[in-house]
Design a protein around this ligand. Structure first.
Ligand code: MN
Ligand code: MN
Length: 330
């Protein structure tokens, strides 16, 4: 009977009962402790069986419109419980058998202190990268990508940016640092190379002259076969190391209403997923999923889309590992 009791315990609360960081298993979607994809909560990112560290950055003081993305990490973790029951469509494997993933929890910083957030997130990312691991970060508003890029570029060199968004986030704002201009700062700091970067799903105005980045606007994506978007991204990025930043407002509000600055006329969730799944041969060094704001959501579809996109990223990493491709620790 002792054995029975043990097996029952192992079927619940895998966020703290998983035996190791590659363990797989099912648990009721509607109960138990919530972590991203029921991964183990652990601060030990240096463990040998860890490949990817999931962290939350519950920050939304960089928003220019509606706040609420500070609840994004919690919302995405909760939605991900609906996906944590085995092989993730359409991949022919269970990613967690191949890629060790922990949920580190949320980065702590004083609320009301954006400067502290910048330092804490950058230091957190640097420590993980120095340990030879990679990051999957849940925002937070899009401003959190700036400290992440600072750490990634220091470790990996100047990066290609693969950026899904309704907005270019390169707006000219004299002296301002917020979620609408951090990619302008990232380019001027030399963290990313606009000439080898692509922005997908854009449908708000931007300074087209001297913009530098390749833009696949939402209409262009809709009016061409999806393979054309995929080919352009692969062509621009080539064999450069690439950071993937996914602002959930890239998706149409019918797919992702739960975000601070929704813009009609966007991509469907499925279009974005198909593009993301094509990145198995792209040298991805990390990903963030930002701007999920559960308070504006309907039936948690935005958080679910975010969880799905993040999970497909992990499947891409698993496929790379199986193929022996991807990026070795620098
Ligand atoms: Mn946006
Ligand atoms: Mn954005």
């Amino acid at each position: 009977m002792a054995g029975d009791r043990e097996s029952v315990e192992e079927q619940c609360d895998r966020a703290f009962s998983h035996a190791d960081n590659r363990a797989v298993g099912m648990e009721p979607t509607y109960s138990g402790a919530l972590s991203f994809m029921r991964r183990r909560y652990s601060k030990d990112f240096r463990a040998a069986d860890v490949d990817v560290v999931v962290s939350g950055v519950p920050f939304d003081l960089g928003t220019t419109n509606r706040p609420g993305a500070r609840f994004g990490p919690r919302g995405v973790r909760e939605a991900s419980a609906q996906l944590a029951w085995g092989r993730h469509w359409p991949w022919p494997f269970d990613a967690f058998e191949h890629v060790g993933v922990i949920d580190w929890g949320d980065v702590f910083f004083e609320s009301g202190n954006p400067q502290e957030m910048l330092g804490k997130v950058e230091a957190h990312a640097e420590a993980i990268l120095a340990a030879g691991k990679s990051l999957l970060t849940l925002g937070g508003d899009h401003f959190v990508t700036l400290p992440l890029l600072r750490a990634h570029a220091r470790h990996h060199g100047r990066l290609s940016l693969i950026h899904f968004d309704a907005h270019t986030d390169t707006y000219e704002e004299s002296g301002r640092y917020d979620h609408g201009n951090m990619f302008r700062h990232a380019a001027s700091e030399g963290l990313i190379d606009p000439e080898r970067s692509v922005q997908i799903g854009i449908r708000t105005d931007y300074a087209r002259e001297n913009h530098g980045f390749t833009v696949l606007d939402a209409d262009w994506v809709q009016n061409h076969p999806l393979q054309a978007s995929i080919d352009t991204i692969h062509e621009k990025v080539g064999d450069n190391r690439a950071y993937l930043s996914f602002d959930i407002d890239c998706l149409d509000p019918s797919c992702a209403p739960g975000t601070g600055t929704p813009v009609v006329g966007g991509l469907t969730t499925n279009q974005a997923l198909q593009i993301l799944r094509s990145f198995v041969d792209v040298r991805l060094v990390g990903m963030d999923l930002v701007e999920v704001a559960p308070v504006y959501d309907v039936g948690a579809i935005t958080a679910l889309a975010g969880a799905h996109l993040a999970m497909d990223y992990l499947c891409v990493r698993a496929a790379q590992k199986l193929a022996g491709s991807g990026v070795a620790p620098a």
